[in-house]
Design a protein around this ligand. Structure first.
Ligand code: SF4
Length: 199
């Protein structure tokens, strides 16, 4: 039986953002347990303050458009099967018995969905399916800086396969595999591990 301590080793959407940033970053942080210095770290986490903003949002009219029959907010989720954990902004339940995660992003919509967002939403989808025993075919993202634009993401088999593959690689790194550095040298400029990282 899993304990609360075990959940510390579960993978969260935030962990996967860091994995997408640089796999080696995960090695230093999660395998060697070298603490990171948040204020010097890369700049992809602006959305962390979003919770302060989303309370100001009102997307009820969008929920009506989607024929939502029930919703839950700030839901803590786990998947024992995939060893995932996270808190999703909202879960929408539909007339047809399916459900979807909805997440707020303090960002503009630039006509495409970033892979990191796709990864996160697919993680939520897997956790919702396991927790609520429902199917998840779609996820929704609300872009705060684009006038609360609601964008739909289909949770395809391809997205699921990609995520499972990445989770497997993540576990290998945590278990001691030293991965190659990021392909983007620019990312190293702001990285707190740049002084110890073998280039
Ligand atoms: S210095 Fe560059 S390669 Fe090394 S962990 Fe940081 S981002 Fe990755």
């Amino acid at each position: 039986m899993e304990t609360l301590l075990d959940y510390n080793f579960y993978i969260s959407p935030s962990d996967m953002i860091e994995y997408c940033f640089c796999k080696r970053f995960i090695y230093y942080m999660k395998c060697l347990l070298i603490p990171q210095f948040e204020e010097k770290r890369y700049k992809v986490q602006k959305g962390r303050n979003l919770h302060e903003y989303k309370v100001q949002s009102n997307v009820d009219y969008l929920r009506k458009r989607l024929k939502v029959i029930d919703k839950r907010i700030n839901v803590e989720l786990h998947s024992q099967t995939h060893r995932l954990k996270g808190v999703v902004d909202e879960i929408l339940f539909f007339e047809d018995g399916t459900a979807s995660p909805l997440d707020y992003k303090y960002a503009k919509y630039n006509n495409f969905i970033y892979n990191t967002y796709k990864t996160q939403m697919t993680m939520y989808a897997l956790m919702i399916e396991e927790t609520f025993n429902v199917k998840v075919h779609k996820a929704y993202i609300v872009y705060f800086l684009s006038n609360n634009k609601l964008v739909e993401l289909k949770i395809t088999n391809r997205l699921r396969d990609t995520l499972l593959n990445d989770l497997s690689k993540y576990q290998q790194i945590v278990s001691g595999y030293f991965p190659p550095k990021t392909a983007s040298n620019k990312r190293c400029e702001d990285c707190c591990y740049r002084k110890i990282c073998i280039m």
